[in-house]
Design a protein around this ligand. Sequence first.
Ligand code: ZN
Length: 449
Amino acid sequence: MAKTKTFYQCQACGHSTPRWMGKCPDCGQWNTLVEEKEPRGGSRKLNAGPGAVPQPLSSVREQETERTSTLIGEFDRVLGGGIVTGSVVLIGGDPGIGKSTLLLQAMAKLEGPVLYVSGEESPEQIKLRADRMGLTSDSIMLMPETSLESVLLAASDMQPSALVLDSIQTMRTEELDSAPGSVGQVRDCAAKAMFYAKSSGVPAFIIGHVTKDGAIAGPRVLEHIVDTVLYFEGDRGHSYRILRTVKNRFGPTNEIGVFEMSDQGLRGIENPSEMFLSERPEGVAGSVVIASIEGTRPVLVELQALVSQTGFGVPRRTSIGMDHQRVSLLVAVLEKLGGMQLSGMDIFTNVVGGLKLVEPALDMGVILALTSSLREKPIPPDLIAFGEVGLSGEIRAVSQAETRLKEAAKIGFKRAIIPKNNAERVPAIKGIEVIGVSNISEALEAAGL
Ligand SMILES: [Zn+2]
């Protein structure tokens, strides 16, 4: 294959050099130079032939997307209802969290052949893993390869029903000199896979490792190239795995798929609320259940807080599964308006089950859990709470209150503390008593704190 002319460009300031350097000579930043290809031929003309034709908004029809089910309900859910023809899906996450396992399981159920390219593991290793999981499939064709050109050549011969690149960090295109895993390689290989998928209609799955030290170009650089981005949340220490849709051209984002890791691979959990609450301690201070909306479904999750006197020096503040800044803000609200002394306290907050929550609706749960821990008073186990907390301690309405309450009633909760504005609008739901509150002191009182 003919070498394309390449150069290195600083991603911070745009300076370009013919050779790679660790430090940009212009802006002085480290590791910002990325290999780029010289544009082929002159610049494109503006009136270069037929392009898109403007059309009235009212005449735009929804495109029918062709989908294939993976037969794994939770995986179909995060994809927006199955695999879309010619789409490119990036699956990111920590090494060892279950990305290859999930794809092996899903691909084994597809009508073959599926071209499974592995630059990470040998065919023998993959076979061993498949045997352990009890997968018997004639549809998966394994290819140990790292050259993207060879992969695409094999793909155009085979015309597979799907293509898997495991992982993008091991792939390299011969057009660039930089090493596999560098930003230039990762980006260019993904773009080539994208072009292949679009022109052939073959859906492609790209596995990308997220590394904490950032030594290898992570999947983040690919997010804007691909159609769908899924990230695994949670850690290897837990048996639960959460696959979240971060971007999806063909469906809703923020959707989550919940799985349990077992010897047989990943098992979809259809009722995540029950799972997240399965190990909940009862009668313990600092624990509260909140109702969150994840994508299109409600999920009940346990929030925990631990407030204790600082042993020495600066108080420690740690939040797992929720935004640290948001928690600091709520602590400040409790100090100022709840009259609590929290400045000399270590404060830890945790979302049980490895879920990451971003919704403001969890605010009220944080307030209740913190107070419960500080005052060492447990919150009744049959109570759930949700609502946004404002800076002056007011409780603000949140969306989909009815959906949250229905889920709580289904799981067997008897009482719900929710924003007054929501309580006034929501229809009565059998089995659950709704308590509307308009500020944090009403909320604390309703929870018996
Ligand atoms: Zn620079």
